[in-house]
Design a protein around this ligand. Structure first.
Ligand code: AQP
Length: 346
């Protein structure tokens, strides 16, 4: 679709992003998303972050586990450096504007667009008939999450790129159909050396919270020994590291470990390869394990401390939800007005 004429002054830079409490937060979520969220907050941009619990229930979640994962995810945000006084941090279901705008976007998004979403195909698998309607509609709710705040930039991992393109299409169609310049056209922010962290067991598969194998991922709750053991057992090959990235083209597992090292060390993958040319994995893996433990252990320790006071986490999420609602409600009221819905309650 063609880019509409934008009025940038009308849409000040605002960041929104979220993580599903569909399990524990992984190294993939951390490097692809959470670490970036902290950087954006520290750049002084207005940042709104969310545990997207309504997205999580698009596949079955045990209620007690969902509650725990939501709190644990919030603890991970704070432990990683999100300051709830500077960023808005809340859980999605406490701000009903998400669901309300989600419905309106269900009526804007076209079936043909939704049918192209590869994440639905991956998650629904062969038995798509048995998948929930929510899983299919997920990207329209995600568009609503972002547009409820007129967010202009969304830091995400590579896997969310297609959903952000759909968000742009929905915003453009809404603006076009109603003859307004109401929604901004969002920019994906996909940055860094590890925008797609792969499974430790299969370098062609994304590292994921819901992978049945715990060995496939590093969780932010893993202790130092577990992290080291998972990296030691990570699938690799017998060849040494090459002296340039070209030499990793057909070696997805090796490339993955190099990318993880680069993201944790604040280097580029080329620098990591140049510094470790000729090294065998027998020596590279312990270096990577030390780096991962040094980086993640303080976060894990702080998460454990925060989780000892769940009521305080709930309080922080409640305050964040009030602040989020104060931004989203007037935007939603305008949407009802634009779409012709009578609002006459006192
Ligand atoms: N492997 C990954 N590498 C880099 N970034 C990743 N993200 C997810 N996996 C990786 C990014 O993390 C943010 C939150 O993702 P999500 O919780 O909304 O859902 P997801 O993308 O479906 O992540 P998971 O871990 O695979 O969850 P499940 O297993 O429940 O589906 C997003 O910015 C995402 O790009």
């Amino acid at each position: 679709m063609a880019e509409p004429v934008q009025t940038p002054a009308a849409f000040p830079r605002r960041i929104f992003s979220g993580i599903q409490p569909s399990g524990g937060i992984t190294l993939g979520n951390y490097l692809g998303a959470l670490k970036r969220f902290v950087e954006k907050q520290n750049e002084g941009i207005e940042t709104i972050y969310c545990m997207v619990d309504m997205h999580a229930i698009t596949v079955w979640q045990d209620p007690a586990k969902l509650r725990h994962a939501t709190r644990e995810g919030a603890a991970a945000f704070i432990a990683a450096g999100i300051d709830p006084a500077r960023s808005i941090l809340f859980n999605q279901s406490q701000v009903s504007a998400h669901a309300e705008l989600g419905w309106i976007f269900n009526c804007v998004a076209r079936l043909g667009w939704m049918n192209r979403m590869t994440q639905f195909k991956d998650k629904a698998g062969k038995n798509a008939e048995a998948a929930s309607l929510g899983l299919y509609a997920y990207p329209a709710l995600m568009a609503a999450d972002i547009m409820a705040y007129h967010a202009t930039h969304v830091p995400v991992g590579e896997d969310q790129k297609q959903h952000l393109e759909l968000t742009r299409d929905i915003a453009m169609k809404f603006n076009h159909d109603y003859g307004v310049e109401f929604f901004p056209i969002v920019e994906p922010v996909i940055e860094g050396a590890a925008t797609r962290v792969m499974s430790l067991r299969d370098g062609t598969k994304k590292m994921s919270k819901s992978d049945p194998s715990d060995q496939s991922r590093i969780n932010l709750t893993d202790d130092a020994d577990t992290i080291a053991a998972k990296i030691r057992k990570a699938k690799t090959d017998a060849d040494p590291l090459p002296d340039s990235l070209d030499g990793l083209r057909d070696r997805p597992e090796a490339r993955n470990l190099v990318n993880i090292y680069a993201a944790l060390a604040g280097l580029t993958p080329s620098q990591v390869v140049a510094e470790n040319a000729g090294a065998l994995f027998g020596s590279f893996k312990p270096k990577l394990a030390d780096l991962a433990v040094a980086h993640l252990s303080p976060i894990t320790t702080e998460m454990t401390r925060l989780m000892q006071d769940p009521a305080e986490i709930d309080r922080i999420l409640g305050v964040g939800a009030d602040r989020a609602d104060a931004i989203a409600r007037p935007i939603l009221d305008r949407v009802y007005d634009i779409t012709g819905m009578i609002r006459s309650r006192r």
